[in-house]
Design a protein around this ligand. Structure first.
Ligand SMILES: NC(=O)c1ccc[n+]([C@@H]2O[C@H](COP(=O)([O-])OP(=O)(O)OC[C@H]3O[C@@H](n4cnc5c(N)ncnc54)[C@H](OP(=O)(O)O)[C@@H]3O)[C@@H](O)[C@H]2O)c1
Length: 259
């Protein structure tokens, strides 16, 4: 039986893409899931779809991950509805690409605010709840392959995701005494809306990505969800880790300097 059976999980940014895939997979494993988006309408649509396609329960709660009050309310609503919180997945993330020399500083701040500060806010409200409950818990932060590699025209994205990795290690150390496990999942190239928005101006083609990836293809949201299931278990000795699910991209020496 999955460790998720009967547990309650919040997945931020789960109206689409990887977050929605994780929420759907968790619900299919018997978890109660809280679907989050900036928009109540988008959260409702995704939650309804998930509830239809699985036996699990899915409720929609809108909150912007950068807003601490809204994120505290998200946890409160979750606990009121399901009695406790067991798993927090900080998945919401955004990107804008552009040359560093002309990149708008306010836009840089906005990306860091969502990707890094939003991950901290989600961790803070969940960690506080886990400590109050006194039974441990799991936090999974969605990082990126680009957290450990530089890529032209992506200064805010790459640097915010690098911050997510070390935030993960720091919180894992700090909250280990409460049995709160904190890990990160760093996907490689997964086909979603975010990829769709940026691919055209990326400076390389989809075939370049397939050629550069030892497994020879993009990853899927379902594969990321399988990794998320493992990384949100507290039945193991894993905390403070960053798991790269990138089809072998980071391991592969050839062409590494060009990407
Ligand atoms: N796709 C990839 O290849 C890839 C690779 C590595 C890492 N990642 C990471 O994986 C995560 C998910 O990416 P994705 O590709 O699934 O992106 P996506 O399809 O664009 O979905 C992003 C999700 O985040 C939500 N969101 C954005 N800003 C938010 C905010 N301030 N507060 C709450 N929710 C917010 C969006 O919801 P609304 O628009 O409805 O608010 C949406 O549900 C991101 O952290 C991304 O950096 C993706």
């Amino acid at each position: 039986m999955s460790h998720l059976s009967g547990k309650t999980a919040i997945v931020t940014g789960s109206s689409a893409g990887i977050g929605k895939g994780i929420a759907e997979h968790f619900a299919s494993q018997g978890a109660n899931v809280v679907v989050n988006s900036r928009s109540q309408e988008r959260a409702e649509a995704a939650a309804a779809e998930i509830a239809d396609e699985t036996d699990g329960e899915a409720i929609p709660v809108a909150a912007d991950v950068t807003d601490e009050d809204a994120m505290s309310a998200l946890v409160e609503t979750t606990v009121e509805r399901f009695g406790a919180l067991d798993v927090m997945v900080n998945n919401a993330g955004i990107t804008t690409i552009g040359p560093a020399e002309t990149f708008d500083v306010d836009e840089f701040r906005r990306i860091v605010d969502v990707n890094l500060t939003g991950t901290f806010v989600g961790s803070k409200v969940a960690g506080t709840q886990f400590i109050d409950q006194g039974e441990g818990g799991a936090i999974l932060n969605i990082s990126s392959l680009m957290s450990t590699r530089g890529l032209h025209r992506r200064a805010p994205y790459c640097s915010s995701k690098a911050g997510v990795n070390n935030l993960t290690r720091t919180l894992a150390v700090e909250w280990a005494e409460h049995d709160v496990h904190v890990n990160a999942l760093a996907p490689g190239y997964i086909w979603t809306e975010i990829t769709d928005q940026t691919q055209g101006s990326a400076g390389y083609t989809d075939d370049d990505i397939r050629d550069r990836t030892p497994l020879g293809r993009f990853g899927t949201v379902e594969e990321m969800a399988e990794c998320a299931e493992f990384l949100t278990s507290t039945r193991n000795f894993v905390t403070g880790e960053v798991l790269y699910a990138d089809g072998g991209w980071k391991a592969y020496a050839w062409g590494a300097g060009d990407q």
